[in-house]
Design a binder for this molecule. Sequence first.
Ligand code: ZN
Length: 178
Amino acid sequence: MQRALIVVDMSNDFIADDGVLTCGSAGQATVQPILQAVQAAYDHGDFIVFACDAHAIDDPEFALWTTHCVVGTYGAKLVADLQMFYENHKGDRVRYLPKTKYDAFFETDLAKWLHEQGIREVIVCGVCTSICCYATASGAYYRGYEVYIDPDLMADLTPEAHQFAIQHMQDVLKVNLL
Ligand code: ZN
């Protein structure tokens, strides 16, 4: 059974030291494990989606969060190692998915695309555990996907938020731990 690995918001603004909403060292610690997971998924014949915030400069979300991940900026770009993987492998099984809300399924073609590939199982990883990962896992759960997570492939702005969200996803979204 093929799966899709949904890599959420591994962009400079959320990961890099100078990112405006950075998860800092916790986020940076996920980069190599996620790169390995991405490579393993690719080698296994699975699908990979880099779902990233891609906001207009006047996005209403900026009433809540500082301006981040504006289309075309350094902050909106995938971190270097994942950007390199994407550029070297993009195609039928590896895609970039711009999103404007937390949930990668919201007003995107993600569900349609997964359906076309016959995929019923997704792995969600990336940042932030309690925000966009949680929302994307919710989006998958609502649509009937079997959802898998690995806590080591996620990070948040605080360890407390990360821990809560990992447990909460298991409790209310029936996610499976890898
Ligand atoms: Zn955003």
